[in-house]
Design a protein around this ligand. Sequence first.
Ligand code: ZN
Length: 203
Amino acid sequence: MQTLIEHARTFPTALSERREEFARLANGQRPQALFISCSDSRVIPSMFTGARPGDLFELRTAGNIVPRYRAQTGACGVAGSVEFAVQALGVPDIVVCGHSHCGAVQGLMRRQRVAEMPLVGRWLAGAGHQPGPDETAEPPAPREDLVAVTQQHVLTQIDHLRSYPFVARRLAVGRLRLHAWYYTVETGEVQAWTPASGVFRPL
Ligand code: ZN
């Protein structure tokens, strides 16, 4: 933690050559995209997209889960953040980015992994994952299965986004685009869902 504190302490000094750029940020934000990714510490969207301050409105949740829209839902930080990005900021694009080695997706595949974390279990229940017949089977699924499940999981969250009325309205008139991405931790490669071919391909 101490290295983080030291960096934060000296950050204003390090910014001395970018003072004007940062001063402009105080006038408001107009991000290029709402970027929904996992809370995982190995996934750094601004690093692999090259985003500068002000470019991404970031929403990070365990497993990049976006619960399906419910009109009568209680307080939900995800729904509120999506509404703000779309309605107030008018973002033209939303990216849902899953990643390799995702602990949340592994928890979805093997619910006993989160048996002692009821809050995580309830959060994962909103992922829209359909447990397979081998839900409790061991050993764990091979790696290629985890990739496929994670990519399908991203597409499910995209479907959930479509259930938000303000998202659906903007999609219908071409004012919003949805992107499903998959990031590989060990290579830094990003793949994107290509509807025409029905597979994820490198960007
Ligand atoms: Zn993850």
